[in-house]
Design a protein around this ligand. Structure first.
Ligand code: C5P
Length: 436
């Protein structure tokens, strides 16, 4: 993590801070960067033709490897024509091994990109298989690897895939996507769409081109909570809510982009962890509280998690039975610790403490009360009535409450809200550090 040397541009310049992953083709220079593109066998393989073209427009040299399954979706002939290179498909090919073997293939690249990364390819990577050219190259490489997963949402959320994702994260594999949306199969929607070619190019740029974006939060440490908590009732049941973690994860990502050291304490979510953040996975409110307190001291804390207010007093050791002869048993609840409130009154209270207030009625009144009772600096309040589609959706309309008043922010997608919040955080620290 970079240390704090306040850059010259430490003046409120929100517009110039919006240098997110959105790359313009003309600004990204990948000249002579060697990218080994492993194309997996999924319908999204067709997007790779566009990806290769975009990469070449940025000056990159793209060497394609195709799995056997990938060749069912697009042909090596078209890939080779667009890449202007030979397509490698076989592990045991005497000509290729003599000319350029799998070890050289894996070592000569600056970056290996797997797109689409199918559930099968990810499982092979997580297990260290080496039974075809793609998996062998991925095991033999000493270069960074970026994967763009694409699969059916059920396959993505399957515990086996989720286990593999965790393993790949801890192996240092970089992820882009998947995105949410319609699947190729009619009527199917959810997480599993491969990231768009330009998003993948942006991510490649982030990995290969030194990051020259301003880092106004360098040297600041931030804790972010995100997602729901799961409060066990018995070994198979739990109390939870519909939080997706999208808003909290977007804030963690935007803080890290601005140079902060970010500790993201996340409940169970189905979305990928943001890059450049330390992620602590927890299940319950009490685990979240412990993780947050262990992460102190911090300059900034943004508590976005939808923490369950209550948990069951007793957690049954065995699955509770419905046929116990006594009818439905009532659930005795007890209150969970309020993590935000705890931080607000903590002796190591972060200099800037931000809470969220999700309400279905009397938004401003409840948010104002929270600002006070939790001793927060700002409350970001949003209406989560079901008709607004905020819970789990991509859009958010919020108000910021502070002791100086209430500000309405326009409707934005969750990454827009995250970026605006981070711009405000930057302004807050700049104004505090400017000599008067
Ligand atoms: O009181 P309420 O749950 O509406 O407050 C919401 C804010 O408080 C959010 O910032 C949430 O992350 C935080 N919170 C918390 N611990 C709880 C409950 C809420 O940190 N137990």
């Amino acid at each position: 993590m970079q240390k704090n040397t306040p850059p010259a541009e430490l003046k409120p310049q929100p517009a110039s801070l919006h240098q997110e992953q959105d790359v313009s083709l003309h600004s990204l220079n990948l000249k002579n960067k060697r990218i080994l593109l492993i194309i997996g066998g999924g319908i999204a393989a067709y997007k790779c033709l566009n990806l290769i073209r975009r990469l070449r427009e940025c000056g990159a040299l793209v060497r394609p490897v195709m799995t056997k399954a990938a060749q069912e979706f697009i042909t090596p002939l078209s890939v080779s024509a667009i890449a202007n290179d030979k397509v490698f498909t076989e592990l045991f090919n005497r000509d290729d091994e003599h000319d350029i073997g799998h070890i050289r293939l894996s070592r000569e690249a600056d970056l290996i990109v797997v797109a689409p990364a199918t559930a099968d390819l990810m499982a092979k990577m997580a297990q260290g298989h080496a039974n075809d050219l793609a998996s062998t190259v991925l095991l033999a490489t000493n270069k960074p690897v970026l994967i763009a997963p694409a699969m059916n949402p059920q396959m993505w959320s399957h515990p086996a895939t989720q286990r593999n994702i965790k393993t790949l994260h801890s192996d240092g594999i970089h992820f882009i996507g998947p995105n949410a949306g319609e699947m190729a199969e009619s009527g199917e929607a959810g997480y599993g769409r491969m990231a768009e070619p330009m998003e993948i190019v942006g991510s490649i740029g982030n990995l290969l081109v030194p990051d020259n974006t301003p880092k106004p939060l360098a040297g600041k440490r931030a804790i972010v909570t995100s997602g729901p908590t799961h409060e066990p009732i018995d070994p198979v049941r739990y109390i939870a809510n519909r939080s997706s973690g999208k808003q909290g994860h977007a804030i963690a990502h935007a803080l890290a982009q601005a140079g902060a050291e970010v500790i993201l304490v996340s409940g169970p979510v189905d979305i990928p962890a943001p890059q450049n953040c330390e992620v602590i996975h927890i299940q319950t409110a009490r685990e979240m509280q412990k993780a947050v307190e262990t992460a102190l001291p911090a300059d900034i804390a943004v508590m976005v998690a939808a923490v369950a207010d209550w948990r069951s007093v007793d957690e049954a050791d065995e699955k509770m039975k419905k046929d116990n002869g006594k009818g439905p048993s009532s659930l005795k609840l007890t209150e969970n610790p309020d993590i935000l409130k705890g931080l607000g009154h903590h002796k190591k209270r972060p200099a800037l403490l931000v809470g969220f207030a999700a309400e279905t009625e009397n938004l401003e009144k409840h948010a104002k009360a929270k600002l006070k009772s939790k001793n927060a600096d700002w409350i970001i309040a949003n209406d989560v009535s079901p008709e607004g589609g905020v819970m789990g959706g991509d859009k958010n309309t919020v108000k910021r409450l502070s002791n100086s008043g209430i500000e309405d922010w326009p409707e934005m997608d969750k990454s827009g809200v995250a970026q605006k919040l981070v711009d405000e955080i930057i302004k807050h620290f700049i104004i505090e550090t400017v000599d008067i």
